[in-house]
Write a protein that binds this ligand. Structure first.
Ligand SMILES: [Zn+2]
Ligand SMILES: [Zn+2]
Length: 141
């Protein structure tokens, strides 16, 4: 058995998983649905090949919510932690929520996406490029 690169879990610990290999590039998404799904100003998600994600416990408990057609936000029904997002148009790829990782990400965010939908109480882009909608360096929303 090979060593997993990353491990993560939900807040209550029911759902635990590991990821092999590198995480894809990520940024902060300020879109309205990400804000509602996270309860805060933005999300940070990274693309992972589904075959590189292995659940250690709790996979059968995960609930899915179709937040827009063909896009599913998957979360723990006990504690509400968002786990990942998956899309019908990118089969085999999921977008893992970086905030639930227990291991270090080992990379920095690269852009702000959907700045045009951001919360009025967050306005410091730091030194990252800002995109009103999709960020070219990032995939997905
Ligand atoms: Zn949980
Ligand atoms: Zn978003």
């Amino acid at each position: 058995m090979s060593e997993a690169t990353h491990r993560g879990s939900c807040l209550c610990g029911t759902i635990r998983f590991e990821i092999e290999g590198k995480l894809g590039p990520f940024g902060f998404c300020h879109c309205t649905t990400c804000r509602k799904a996270s309860g805060t100003a933005f999300t940070a998600n990274s693309s992972v090949q589904r075959e590189n994600l292995r659940f250690l416990s709790g996979e059968e408990t995960i609930r899915r919510f179709e937040s827009s057609p063909g896009k599913y936000r998957c979360f723990c029904p006990t504690c509400g932690s968002p786990i990942y997002k998956e899309m019908d148009d990118t089969p085999g790829v999921i977008r893992i929520r970086l905030g639930i990782l227990d291991t270090e990400v080992g990379a920095k965010p690269q852009a702000h996406a959907f700045w045009g939908e951001k919360a009025d109480w967050y306005d410091d882009p730091g030194d990252m490029p800002v995109y009103e909608a999709w960020a070219p360096v990032l995939k997905g929303k």
